[in-house]
Design a protein around this ligand. Structure first.
Ligand code: IVH
Length: 694
């Protein structure tokens, strides 16, 4: 028997025969083990088969086939997923939200097919699994390709990841068509999801999955199939893609074929004789829903007869022969204990509800969003109220309504505070806007990291080496809290920084040098760096141009906090600065802690250079329209643009007959061609720098 022929004595032909036999035998044991839960060989015997398979493949790598058992787990990580064009598009389903919608669906089917009144329409009703759809291709009974839905036309090749799925047959039982493409849903059972998340939490993983659907999607789309192999993914098959021969006349029969071949088919699926039976199924599944071991979000009805399906065809992206009857979002009643406010990284205040914990759709909910103050007022949510909350799929739980007759005596309408709950700065809600914002900016813990990142960024103080990661690090380790602290870093924390992991003498010194180089800054950058709402680079420049010096600007802004002052009048009279921008500037200067932070910062700088308005009349490019194209060597595109604008030029994005100059860097493309065609003056970077006097 070939089984006993030592691997090193096999001829290539014998090896091929032996590999095929091993593949089949291993697949059979896998099915017995995973699907029937009834292994017929011991683990040791099973291992021997796999080892022999591996040994033969090591000697004859050219014989490793697409269904090799060795490819089921642990293949090398991929660079990225390959693209797969679906032989037939993967469609989506039209939705029905009520019993009437479903009756209407069946009515349409009848009309379309011209069926007599008494002709029954058989429908297959299936739980709609909340996972992600997948296409599985088998050739001559062997699994060869698995792909995600993607945009319906083209998906990603996840074959290697699917090989480790216990529910997926690598080889089909019995005779199979030459080509068979089956579609189904990858999902994660609730219990598996909980166990996996607990294990992740125990292992100190920062990110837990929000729900089984996300967990399934995240686990399948791993570039390393060995990771997917360790995730508890499940599969249900429910549809036909491409097929080379007819194997069934109806969907119901087709599902039976799927089971015979070894696919998992949901055993709750029912064949319904008419719409009433289908609706009864929907309502009974709806009641069972919370107890099911997996998440479902509705019921799918499919016209059973394949010939009718073919006649019905599809409208845009969904078949006329199927529809998804969705469950309403799951709701529950609970008590709204408290209305709290969170502060986002940009200072936006968002009210949220702290709830008496309650289970909604299998998940314990103790917080829910309240959107904004106006919504709270409109729906009159009060602390102590009994409220209805709902959770739909991935969506954050929401508070939808108050149960009016359960309101406790003495419950007061909620009043938003005009104070930030984090830093206690003034929180303002401009007229007509839905969102209240903290004015604390640089002093607010919720915002300070974001603000410091902005402060050090390229178009602001431009401190090289002080990007997001390092700002975050220096803040979390308590080394910088304000912009001024950045300029104190060397003096106070030099030794500490040099001894930090990933830092050393040279890298720390480099950062200190970069910081020192910015002790002289131009006024426009200084203003922009403060991160006042609506004050971008252009406004920074405008303010610098109008106020000339840091002292003058700061003094004027402090006065402008009084809306009756001349300074306020002057501020809003500046072209391009309206009351809204001016209001944000004034609000910023009205806060003592902002004034303190600026004072502190100025004290650490050597000089704030007056931004001298270029004598635009003398500027060779005043009033000219300039277009930059290609990459520039000595300065960035942003710098070049800012420079041109400060010299009175307009910078345009595309070339037209109105363009005066096109500045062409290397690799200039179509804009350059167009400039040539239109006879626009083309300058090299050198010529441009010469023109503007560097
Ligand atoms: S049939 C052309 N059956 O629902 C019909 N889909 O909204 C193809 N789904 O993309 C789908 N359970 O991911 C079908 N029993 C079931 C389903 C099901 C879940 C998903 C599937 C599809 C989406 C459509």
């Amino acid at each position: 028997m070939s089984k006993h022929v030592p691997v090193d004595q096999l001829t290539p032909l014998e090896a091929a025969v032996e590999l095929a036999r091993l593949a089949e035998e291993i697949a059979r044991h896998d099915r017995a083990y995973y699907q029937a839960d009834a292994p017929v060989v011991s683990d040791a015997e099973y291992d021997t088969l796999r080892q022999r398979n591996a040994a033969i493949e090591a000697r004859f790598p050219e014989l490793i086939g697409p269904d090799s058992p060795s490819r089921r787990v642990g293949a090398a990580p991929l660079e990225g997923f390959g693209k797969v064009r679906h032989a037939r598009p993967m469609l989506s389903l039209d939705n029905a939200f009520s019993d009437d919608d479903v009756r209407e669906f069946v009515g349409r089917v009848r009309r379309f097919l011209g069926l007599a009144e008494d002709k029954a329409v058989e429908l297959v009703a299936e739980p709609k699994i909340d996972g992600l759809s997948i296409s599985l291709r088998y050739e001559n009974g062997v699994f060869v390709l698995g792909a995600t839905r993607g945009d319906g036309t083209e998906g990603e090749d996840v074959t290697a990841n699917l090989r480790s799925l216990k529910d997926l047959p690598q080889r089909l039982n019995g005779p199979a068509p030459k080509v068979l493409e089956v579609r189904g849903e990858i999902y994660m059972r609730r219990a598996d999801f909980l166990t996996m998340n607990e294990a992740r939490a125990a292992a100190g993983e920062k990110t837990l999955f929000a729900n089984p659907r996300n967990a399934a999607a995240g686990s399948l789309r791993q570039l390393d199939p060995a990771i997917t192999a360790r995730r508890p993914l499940s599969l249900f098959c429910y549809a036909l893609g491409e097929i080379s021969e007819t194997v069934a006349e109806t969907h119901w029969e087709f599902l039976a074929r799927l089971r015979d071949w070894g696919f998992k088919v949901n055993d709750r699926i029912r064949l319904c004789h008419g719409v009433d039976e289908a609706l009864a199924f929907y309502h009974s599944v709806g009641e069972e829903r919370a107890q099911l071991p997996y998440d479902i979000d509705g019921v799918v009805y499919k016209v059973d007869r394949f010939d009718w399906q073919a006649r019905l065809g599809q409208v845009s992206r969904s078949p006329r022969w199927a529809t998804a009857h969705k469950f309403p979002a799951e709701q529950a009643q609970t008590i709204l204990r408290k209305i709290d406010v969170s502060v986002g990284r940009t200072g936006a205040l968002t009210p949220f509800a702290i709830l008496e914990p309650v289970t909604v759709g299998g998940v314990v909910v103790s917080r829910a969003t309240l959107h904004n103050e106006d919504e709270i007022a409109r729906k009159d949510f009060r602390e102590g109220d009994t409220v209805i909350i709902q959770r739909a799929g991935d969506v954050i739980p929401q508070v939808v309504a108050v149960v009016a007759d359960k309101r406790p005596p003495g419950a007061e309408p909620w009043r938003p505070k005009d104070e930030c709950p984090i830093c206690h700065s003034h929180a303002v809600k401009p007229e007509g806007e839905a969102i209240r914002r903290c004015t604390g900016g640089l002093t607010c813990d919720a915002q300070v990291v974001e603000r410091l990142i902005h402060f050090a960024s390229r178009n602001a103080f431009d401190i090289e080496g002080l990007g997001e990661k390092n700002v975050e690090f220096l803040y979390r380790t308590g080394r910088i809290h304000s912009p001024a602290d950045i300029f104190r870093l060397e003096e106070r924390h030099a030794d500490w920084l040099k001894s930090q992991p990933g830092w050393g003498e040279r890298s720390a010194q480099k950062l200190f040098d970069a910081i020192r180089a910015r002790r002289i800054i131009s006024l426009d950058r200084f203003i922009f760096a403060l991160g006042i709402r609506q004050v971008g680079e252009a406004t920074g420049r405008l303010l610098a141009l109008n106020y000339h010096s840091a002292e003058a600007w700061r003094a004027a802004m402090r006065m402008a906090t009084n809306r009756d002052s001349d300074e306020w009048g002057h501020l809003i009279s500046i072209d391009q600065i309206g009351p809204s921008v001016a209001g944000d500037i004034a609000d910023f200067f009205a806060e003592q802690h902002n004034l303190t932070a600026i004072e502190d910062l100025v004290g650490r700088l050597d000089r704030i250079d007056n931004f001298t308005a270029p004598a635009t009349a003398e500027s060779p490019i005043a009033g000219k329209t300039v277009v930059f194209t290609g990459s520039l060597q000595s300065l960035t595109r942003d710098e070049a643009k800012a420079r041109a604008q400060s010299l009175g030029a307009k910078v345009a994005g595309s070339v037209s007959a109105k363009t005066d100059y096109v500045v062409a860097g290397s690799d200039a493309g179509s804009k350059l061609t167009k400039a040539r065609d239109l006879g626009v003056t083309i300058l090299t970077e050198e010529e441009w720098l010469e023109l503007i006097g560097r």
